[in-house]
Design a protein around this ligand. Structure first.
Ligand SMILES: [Zn+2]
Length: 84
């Protein structure tokens, strides 16, 4: 078991992080940059920054940076499964 507790360290990630100043695109709250920023791994799983497709892939959205933004895993999930 070698689970990574770091967000994806890619140019896309860093660019988006900078653009958004570390804030979630959905709830506008600060995202933890690494596992060390949160008290528990369960919290990290909920709050870690993830890529959110502005236009979903199912609707022919691309993986281009212009179609991506960073959001908490939990916000991304909520949005993905609809309201409620
Ligand atoms: Zn959020």
């Amino acid at each position: 078991m070698s689970q990574s507790f770091s967000p994806p360290d890619t140019p896309k990630f860093r660019q988006l992080w900078q653009n958004q100043e570390g804030l979630c695109a959905i709830c506008s709250k600060m995202m933890p940059m690494s596992r060390a920023d949160v008290a528990h791994s369960t919290l990290w799983k909920k709050w870690r920054p993830t890529f959110d497709h502005i236009i979903p892939r199912a609707h022919e959205g691309s993986d281009d940076i212009t179609n991506l933004r960073l959001a908490h895993a939990i916000c991304n999930k909520r949005r993905g499964t609809g309201k409620g």
